[in-house]
Design a protein around this ligand. Structure first.
Ligand code: TRP
Length: 349
C-alpha cells in the first residue's frame, strides 16, 4: 500500500498543486463510533480524492488533560488504525501524528506572541473547560486555539471539515493568520473556513433517547466501529423506547425517531419503510425493530471491524504509514516555517 519514501514522496502522484488544501485534526481520545464515521470520516474518505488533504491525530492537544504515556500511545494507535480501516488512504491523503511534526509547535510559538489573553479567555470552549475542570486551568488549555490555528495554517489550508462546535476556533485561526499578515505587511496566510463536503452531514443520534451519539454521553449510548456483534446487539436492545404508538400516523417521540434515523443510515429503504408502516398502523414491536437494527449495524460495520483487527496487529504497516505521513507533512510544514522565519526577520549570518 505504501511505497518507500524519497522519490515517491517528491513525485507523489496524488499531490495536485491546483487543488485547495484541507486540514482536519482528530482528537486522540478513544474509539470511533458510528456518529464519527457517518458524520465525518466517510466524508474524509471522499475528500481525499478531490483535495490535498492533511488528516492528523492531535496528540499534542490531548496533553492538556495529562494522559499517561501508555494511554497516550494506545489512543494514538487506535485512531490511526481506525482511520486506515475506515478507508483513509495514506497515498492519497497525508495522515500523520501531530507530534511528529515539530514545525507545528514552532509556528504555535510565533502565533502565541500575537494572541491576547482577553480573546483567549473569552473562547467558549475555554470557558466550558474551566467550568468542567476548575483545578486544571493550564496555559495549554488557554492557548489551545493557537495550536489549532498553527495546525491549519502551517499547510496554508483554506478548508477545514469540522462541526459547528469548532466555528469559533476557526474564526480565531483566521484572526491569528490575518494578524500575522498585517504585522509583517505580508499577504502570507490564506483564511481557513469550515467546510462541509457533499450533502449536508448526517446527524447520528445516540441510543439514550436524547441527543447525538457521543462517547461522553454515558455507557451504551454509542456504537463503536470496534464493537463486537454481541456488544452491538446488547446496546441496541437496551436503547430507550416508549410504550408504543396509540394513534395511527402519530409523530414519533424523540427516542423512537432516533432509532428510525439510525435505521435510515444502516438499513435498506425497504426495511425502513416496513417498520415505518408498522409504526403508523400501531402494529410495531420494538423488539423486532431493534433486532433488525442491530443486525444491519453489524453488517454495515463488519468490513471495518475486520480491517481494524488486521491493521492493529500489523506493526510494520503502522510504522510505515506514520513515517510516510510525517515526511509528507513535514515537507509542507518546513516550507512554511522557512518562509515564516524569513518574514519575521530571523536571518542566517
Ligand atoms: N479542536 C478539534 C476538535 O476538538 C480538533 C483539532 C485540533 C482540529 N486541531 C485541529 C480540527 C485543526 C481541525 C483542524 O475536534
Amino acid at each position: 500500500m505504501v511505497r518507500g519514501l524519497g522519490e515517491a514522496l517528491l513525485k507523489n502522484p496524488y499531490f495536485r498543486p491546483h487543488m485547495e488544501t484541507v486540514v482536519s485534526g482528530i482528537r486522540s481520545t478513544g474509539n470511533l463510533h458510528l456518529g464519527n464515521y457517518y458524520g465525518a470520516v466517510q466524508n474524509f474518505v471522499k475528500m481525499q480524492n478531490e483535495y490535498n488533504c492533511y488528516f492528523f491525530i492531535a496528540d499534542l492537544h490531548s496533553l492538556t488533560t495529562h494522559p499517561t504515556p501508555a494511554n497516550l500511545h494506545a489512543n494514538v494507535k487506535q485512531v490511526l488504525v481506525e482511520y486506515l480501516a475506515a478507508g483513509i488512504d495514506p497515498e492519497k491523503a497525508t495522515i500523520y501524528v501531530q507530534s511528529d511534526v515539530p514545525e507545528v509547535t514552532e509556528l504555535y510559538l510565533y502565533l502565541n506572541m500575537n494572541a491576547y489573553m482577553g480573546e483567549l479567555e473569552r473562547a467558549t470552549s475555554f470557558k466550558d473547560k474551566v467550568r468542567a475542570n476548575p483545578d486544571n486551568v493550564n496555559a495549554g488549555l488557554l492557548t489551545y486555539p493557537v495550536l489549532m490555528a498553527a495546525d491549519i495554517i502551517i499547510h496554508k489550508a483554506t478548508k477545514v471539515p469540522v462541526g459547528k462546535d469548532q466555528e469559533q476556533h476557526l474564526e480565531m485561526a483566521r484572526t491569528f493568520g490575518n494578524r500575522f499578515n498585517r504585522l509583517y505587511n505580508h499577504d502570507y496566510f490564506p483564511e481557513p473556513y469550515a467546510f462541509s463536503f457533499g450533502e449536508s452531514l448526517v446527524k447520528i443520534p445516540g441510543l439514550d433517547g436524547a441527543g447525538k451519539m457521543g462517547k461522553s454521553e454515558g455507557e451504551g449510548n454509542a456504537i463503536f466501529l470496534s464493537d463486537t456483534p454481541e456488544a452491538i446487539r446488547k446496546k441496541v436492545m437496551r436503547a430507550k423506547t416508549d410504550s408504543g404508538p396509540t394513534e395511527e400516523n402519530q409523530t414519533k417521540p424523540q427516542e423512537i425517531q432516533n432509532l428510525f434515523d439510525l435505521m435510515k443510515v444502516v438499513s435498506t429503504p425497504d426495511t425502513l419503510a416496513h417498520f415505518d408502516h408498522l409504526y403508523n398502523t400501531c402494529a410495531i414491536r420494538y423488539g423486532d425493530l431493534k433486532k433488525q437494527l442491530a443486525e444491519d449495524m453489524i453488517i454495515a460495520t463488519a468490513p471495518i471491524r475486520e480491517k481494524i483487527n488486521d491493521i492493529a496487529n500489523d506493526a510494520p504497516l503502522l510504522r510505515q504509514v506514520a513515517r510516510y505521513g510525517a515526511a509528507k507533512a513535514r515537507e509542507s510544514a518546513s516550507k512554511t516555517i522557512r518562509e515564516v522565519r524569513e518574514i519575521i526577520g530571523f536571518r542566517k549570518f
